[in-house]
Every structure is written in structure tokens, then in C-alpha cells.
Design a protein around this ligand. Structure first.
Ligand code: SF4
Length: 281
């Protein structure tokens, strides 16, 4: 039985198309404090702290794990919160993984991955908007979108971006998203994965509190017209498809691969993997 290096569990989502992978979280909680964070409904909203005896537990797991299966770091907390600069637990984990021959995909909203280049094979950085002010409201303690783009530009490793979540009538403006897609391409990224916002009671409460003028519209889109899929409120399928399709098309037009995350549209999976795992090989 594995302890901290676990087979990725998409919380039983029937729409998850991720390939087989391990997920690893040196931290529990996340200091980026994004309003829309999904993980808070499982673990609460608290700053990043290192898991108890983490490296010791990882070393044990590594003896039993299969190095042919890639590792994603991390899927439900960030491996590069501000604390990582001084704590360095992600770096130590990467060194251990490299020592055992594992291939690693970093998924983050931080910029600390620049320091650790060479210890992983691929990076997916999440950027939801180029609008600095909006980003600072939605992702109060994460680096600004331009800092994330600069960090991506500065590395040679294979890379991509998650534009996730796309919040209707807040971050779904097609012209702004096309500008973001172009900025992503200009960093040398090869892949973009898109996902619409899925509501959970706690994240919905936070975004409605921050944008009270949107409350009625979002309630109607998610809770009246929308659908319930494995514990989340989704926008109705027609609307999700209308948002996502032109974004996938634009990404392909600019020479990148594109996919969607937990949306249920096989025709929008235009990459060898949805999550960017293919960047590792
Ligand atoms: S970076 Fe990810 S895990 Fe951290 S608060 Fe934001 S959405 Fe949650």
C-alpha cells in the first residue's frame, strides 16, 4: 500500500481522461488561496504546510513504486507555494525521484520551478487570465500572470499551460482568451488544456462573495440550468462546448496541441494526453 506517492485519484470523476500516473503532494493546504480552488472542499482552506515526515514516507514508497509510471507534482495542492523558496521540500522530493529514474510533470501556479529546472521533464503552469487585477482577486497569493509567463519563457524544458478554470461571464471573453493563448505560444509552450469552472458549495460561496453582482446569473447557470456530475455543478453541456471549442481551435491554429479537462467532449481532446503527460516522453 502506497502512502504519499499514490496512484492518481480524480475523485471518482467519470469524465477524467488522464493517463495512468502517480500524484505526489509534499504540501497539504495551499498558500495561493485561489477563490475557485476545488481542493478546499476536501481538505479545507489553509496555508501550505509540509506533510508530516514527508521525505521519510516518500523514500519508503519509492522502494515499491514503478518508475515507468510518471509522477505529477501536484494535482490538488501547489508544489511551489511561496514557502517552497525557504523550505525546499519539493526540490528534495524531485531529487529523490530523479535518483530512482521517475519522470515528473510539474503542475503549478507558482514560478519556483525555474530554480529546479533539470529535476523534472515537463511543466504545466495554470493561468486563468492576463488581467492582473482580476487575477489578484481570484488568486490572491499566486504570482501575477505575467510573472508566470516570464517564468515559462525562461526555461528550456517541455511545457504547457492549463487555462483552468474558465469562469462564465468573468474570464471567458473570447478575445482576451485568444490573447492569452497567443502569449502562451510565445513562451515556447506546446500544449494547452482548458476547463470550465465547476462549482462546489464552498468555492461557489467564495466567488459569489467576491463578485456579488454575478450571483444571480451564476446561480441560474450552475444550479438551475446546469448539471450535476460526480459531486460538482457543471454548466450545461451546450454552453461548455460553446466556450471550449473555439479555444481548442485557436490553440491548434497556433501550432500547439489542445485538450479539455473533465468535460466529456472526445472531439476536443486534440493531444496525446489531456494533462500534458505526453510532454515527458
Ligand atoms: S494553486 Fe491550486 S491548489 Fe493552490 S489554492 Fe490555487 S487552485 Fe488551490
Amino acid at each position: 500500500m502506497m502512502d504519499v506517492l499514490r496512484p492518481f485519484d480524480p475523485w471518482k470523476s467519470p469524465l477524467c481522461t488522464c493517463p495512468r500516473k502517480y500524484s505526489l503532494h509534499p504540501y497539504t493546504g495551499c498558500s495561493h488561496l485561489c477563490l475557485y480552488c476545488y481542493a478546499t472542499s476536501y481538505i479545507g482552506r489553509k496555508p501550505s504546510t509540509i506533510k508530516r515526515k514527508f521525505l521519510q514516507r516518500l523514500k519508503k514508497d519509492l522502494k515499491r513504486a514503478d518508475p515507468r509510471i510518471p509522477v505529477e507534482l501536484s494535482t490538488s495542492s501547489d508544489p511551489y507555494p511561496p514557502e517552497e523558496l525557504s523550505l525546499g521540500i519539493t526540490r528534495e522530493s524531485l531529487e529523490l525521484l530523479r535518483g530512482e529514474g521517475f519522470r515528473v510533470l510539474i503542475t503549478t501556479k507558482g514560478v519556483g520551478f525555474v530554480r529546479d529546472e533539470g529535476l523534472y521533464q515537463g511543466v504545466m503552469v495554470t493561468i486563468t487570465t492576463l488581467d492582473k487585477e482580476l487575477a489578484s482577486k481570484l488568486e490572491p497569493r499566486a504570482p501575477s500572470p505575467d510573472k508566470r509567463l516570464d517564468a515559462l519563457s525562461s526555461i528550456e524544458s517541455r511545457k504547457g499551460v492549463r487555462i483552468d478554470p474558465i469562469i462564465p461571464f468573468l474570464t471567458d471573453d473570447i478575445r482576451s482568451l485568444k490573447d492569452l493563448i497567443k502569449s502562451v505560444r510565445d513562451t515556447g509552450a506546446e500544449h494547452i488544456v482548458f476547463s470550465t469552472y465547476k462549482a462546489k458549495p464552498d468555492n461557489f460561496k467564495r466567488i459569489v462573495l467576491a463578485f456579488p453582482e454575478m450571483s444571480e446569473l451564476w446561480r441560474s447557470l450552475y444550479y438551475k440550468e446546469g448539471e450535476r456530475i460526480s459531486g460538482y455543478r457543471y454548466l450545461k453541456a451546450k454552453l461548455r462546448y460553446r466556450i471550449l471549442k473555439p479555444l481548442v481551435e485557436e490553440t491548434l491554429r497556433l501550432g500547439m496541441t489542445a485538450s479539455v479537462c473533465r468535460e466529456g467532449f472526445p472531439d476536443l481532446l486534440m493531444a496525446p494526453s489531456c494533462d500534458g503527460t505526453h510532454l515527458l516522453f
